[in-house]
Design a binder for this molecule. Structure first.
Ligand code: PLP
Length: 263
């Protein structure tokens, strides 16, 4: 357990509309009572209607940001979000390699809700080979899990359990496979670890304001792990945090597309 306020580092992309990316991460870190830091992997130009452009940061500059933070500051947990390219995935893996004791939450961001790619297609294999083994927890949604495994999306709970177990075999210490894309009113997630699988139930909240849900969940999870909470407790707390933020989303008036959550 950190003796002072936990320091949490996001390695992710920027969303100028404030709903996803490092902007969402920093809000979630603060709302969870931690100190937030952010190393940028890419700028995006986007609003609640979609992404219009992506400008990746040079990989050596990503390395420099992460290295400078670690050189000076105790980092209690890391969250990795959008990494944009294979070269940036390699740079992030190299930069984190000397810090294996720090919990890492890996959100394998691939495609924005509007359909824009946030990860180059050829980067998926690098992400799998270099970043999955560094992850304390991998947090894919159903399309991301399918893409990592190179197969169709799970359509039910049995399929989710099976995919979560096979993602675990690729190297992360735990997999939180999120069932928000399943048909129906339920939104169950499955947590797979070496001890087995357990289900976390959730109910779908009727709102179109879900921009940045995955960013917020992975950031809250990193914050809770950075505070020293055990994994199952941290996952439960992060899910409660995001459920509250989704329920609060309709109080915001931000854009005319998929609006952000209210942390
Ligand atoms: N933009 C950035 C920088 C992100 O990191 C993400 C998701 O992680 C998104 C956009 C997509 O957010 P959403 O699919 O929730 O709209």
């Amino acid at each position: 357990m950190a003796e002072t306020i936990a320091n949490i580092l996001s390695i992710a992309g920027s969303d100028p509309s404030g709903g996803a990316g490092i902007q969402a991460d920093l809000k979630a870190f603060a709302a969870c009572g931690t100190y937030g830091m952010a190393a940028l992997t890419a700028l995006t130009a986007q609003n609640t209607q979609g992404v219009s452009a992506v400008h990746p940061v040079p990989p050596a500059f990503v390395t420099a940001q992460v290295a400078d933070v670690f050189r000076d500051i105790r980092v209690d947990a890391v969250k990795i979000g959008m990494i944009a390219s294979a070269e940036i995935a390699e740079a992030v893996a190299d930069a984190l390699a000397p810090h294996g004791a720090v919990p890492v939450v890996l959100d394998p961001v691939m495609i924005a809700k509007g359909g824009s790619p946030l990860l180059a297609a050829e980067a998926v294999s690098v992400l799998t080979r270099r970043l999955l083994p560094l992850a304390s927890v991998l947090t894919p949604n159903l399309p991301e899990a399918a893409s990592l495994l190179g197969e169709a999306e799970a359509a039910d709970r049995a399929g989710m359990e099976d995919q979560a177990r096979r993602l675990l075999a690729l190297g992360p210490k735990a997999v939180l496979l999120k069932g928000g894309h399943l048909p129906g009113t339920e939104s169950p997630d499955v947590l797979a670890t070496a001890e087995g699988v357990r289900w976390l139930e959730g109910v779908r909240v009727p709102t179109r304001n879900t921009h940045g849900t995955g960013c917020s969940l992975s950031s809250a999870l990193a914050a809770e792990l950075g505070k020293g909470r055990p994994l199952a407790e941290a996952v439960a707390a992060a899910k409660r945090f995001v459920a509250g933020a989704v329920r609060g989303a309709d109080a915001l008036s931000v854009g005319s597309g998929h609006g952000p959550l209210h942390h």
